[in-house]
Design a protein around this ligand. Structure first.
Ligand code: NAD
Length: 297
């Protein structure tokens, strides 16, 4: 048996197409483009790449991209003042502050300054609370993308046993909340979980968000289970001096047991930016007091 590959790249492409159509509709109806502001503090190489690709994707979707760069030694007051100005700017529907921030800046203070109604990353405590109690808000992009892929493959997730490995605020916890909202029976496993392999073996759905290369082995997986691999880990390739990306799941082993699995790269990764665009568009419709049918995107 070889597991079906869940093609996140193709799904994300389709989603971005639907977003572009709705963004054009938004512009036609309001006379302005939906706007996403991205704030980058410092020179971190990976963050610069992320910010550039987010800006490019925003423009490709027919939305306005506002990029703000501050030096690595920018003070908290300067950053908070910028966020305050973006909160007040009617052309800006969504605000994203690229993480990680330089060590002298407190991430929680910064995130809590973003208006919850422009917090398209879904990291504000108000949005975490809204997710927990089932109110409309913004959900972190990566876990929302994972649920989209799961529902696309499985239809209803109701009653399924789901194990989420990892309890971060960005992936693990919101992932568990989303699966609970889909009526799964959810277990959150983490670094202190006893007999992790046994816990994972119960799951119809396994979501691995750990950051440890190929940690989840084939014999941990229930035959036929659906495996979502969020991990992105760079390891040495066979060729000297080269590296390659692997997930948190041993893909080769898991393929022999699972019913379906996301590859790394090309699975969850492409969903994150697509969902960010989705959240920005949802913010724009809400800010303009216009309805956006939930099932549209
Ligand atoms: P994190 O470091 O904040 O959290 C990792 C979690 O894994 C922790 O909750 C910890 O308890 C758990 N953990 C650590 N060691 C463990 C072990 N031995 N057994 C069980 N659990 C263990 O990481 P994160 O931000 O949640 O990201 C997780 C992974 O997902 C990383 O590889 C990251 O690069 C990747 N990621 C990918 C995307 C994407 O777009 N595809 C987005 C965000 C994160």
């Amino acid at each position: 048996m070889s597991a079906e590959r869940i093609d996140g790249k193709a799904y994300a492409l389709g989603l971005r197409g639907r977003i572009a159509t709705l963004a054009a509709d938004f512009t036609a109806r309001t006379g302005r483009k939906a706007g996403l502001a991205v704030v980058l503090v410092g020179e971190d190489a990976a963050s610069q790449v992320y910010v550039r690709s987010k800006g490019k994707a925003t423009v490709e979707a027919g939305m306005a991209s506002f990029e703000h760069r501050l030096p690595a030694d920018a003070g908290e007051a300067e950053l908070l003042a910028l966020i305050g100005a973006l909160n007040a700017d009617p052309a800006v529907d969504g605000i994203l502050v690229q993480l990680p921030l330089p060590a002298h800046l407190d991430e929680q203070t910064v995130i809590s300054t973003i208006s919850p109604d422009k917090d398209v990353d879904g990291f504000h405590v108000t949005n975490a609370g809204r997710l927990a109690v089932g109110q409309p808000g913004f959900v972190p992009c990566t876990p929302l993308g994972c649920v989209m892929l799961l529902k696309d493959r499985l239809g209803s997730l109701s009653g399924m046993d789901a194990v989420v490995i990892g309890r971060s605020n960005i992936v693990g916890k919101p992932m568990a909340q989303l699966l609970l909202a889909e009526s799964c029976t959810v277990t959150i496993a983490h670094s202190r979980t006893r007999d992790l392999a046994d816990v994972v073996r119960r799951a119809d759905i396994v979501v691995a968000a750990v950051g440890r290369p190929e940690m989840v082995k084939g014999d941990w997986i229930k035959p036929g289970a659906t495996v979502i691999d969020v991990g992105i880990n760079r390891v040495d390739a066979a060729e000297p001096g080269k590296t390659r990306l692997v997930g948190d799941v041993d893909f080769g082993e898991a393929c022999a047991v699972a019913g379906a699995i996301t590859p790394v790269p090309g699975g969850v990764g492409p969903m994150t930016i697509a969902v960010l665009l989705r959240n920005a568009l949802v913010a724009a419709f809400r800010n303009a007091g216009m309805a956006l049918p939930a099932e549209a995107i």
